[in-house]
Design a protein. Structure first.
Length: 229
């Protein structure tokens, strides 16, 4: 009848499917460090019970996570670098070079599309990149694909900049040009980090256990959706 609302097609709790900002609950959780124990504020904004909000967040979070690529083009080139995420859970974090308890995340992007294609498991922040590259699973995720990295990945088989030999004051011109080109290309992964860390959770993660890993995968997916338009 006119003037009356029809039945709710989505059933009870449908009002919890989107937050007031239009983001799915899993994205809201990632942006605001929401955990099942702290999501008591969610029902106030959605009209759903706390338990319903917790179930939806837990259900949607894996769906939002980055689906890591299984195959790559034969001519594909990737870039890897590690980034530190300040993490409150000292069971998974260690003090790193920034003097904060952090986790080390190995992130791999496609050179051409600049999309994230793989994210390694988080490691303590005091783990150096050349070790984290293999231990985190990032190396296994890309297989034999050509990967560019910085000088911190020596003895890993990756494409890294030239280094001066003992006694050399500067590199030969050809190697200097190659290193300059290498730095310009590698800067793309730094730009990806800058975009990802606009999300507060990657500047101060309060989630426990695997929470920081799920947050990283979720933000990686949102980063790709933003770039893809």
């Amino acid at each position: 009848m006119d003037g009356q609302r029809g039945p709710d097609r989505h059933g009870p709790g449908s009002q919890c499917r989107l937050s007031a900002s239009g983001r799915p609950p899993s994205a809201v959780g990632s942006a605001s460090n929401t955990t099942p124990s702290t999501s008591s504020t969610t029902p106030c904004t959605t009209g759903a019970s706390k338990s319903a909000a917790d179930r939806i967040i837990d259900h949607r979070r894996p769906a939002l996570a980055l689906q890591q690529r299984k195959r790559f083009r034969k001519d594909a080139a990737l870039i890897v670098d590690g980034t530190l995420v300040p993490t409150r859970d000292h069971q998974v974090a260690e003090q790193s070079k920034n003097h904060r308890y952090s986790t080390n995340h190995q992130v791999v992007i496609d050179v051409d599309t600049r999309l994230l294609v793989a994210v390694g498991r988080p490691l303590p922040g005091n783990r150096n990149d050349c070790k984290a590259w293999e231990v985190s699973g990032a190396k296994a995720a890309v297989g034999r694909t050509t990967v560019i990295a910085d000088g911190g990945y020596r003895s890993t088989g990756l494409v890294i900049p030239h280094r001066r030999e003992p006694g050399q004051s500067k590199l030969p011109d050809r190697k200097e040009e190659h290193s300059t080109s290498h730095r310009k290309v590698r800067a793309r992964v730094e730009h990806a980090f800058a975009r990802m860390k606009t999300w507060k959770i990657l500047r101060d993660c309060r989630l426990k256990g695997d929470g920081v890993h799920h947050a990283m995968l979720g933000i990686a997916r949102l980063h790709n959706l933003t770039l893809a338009g």
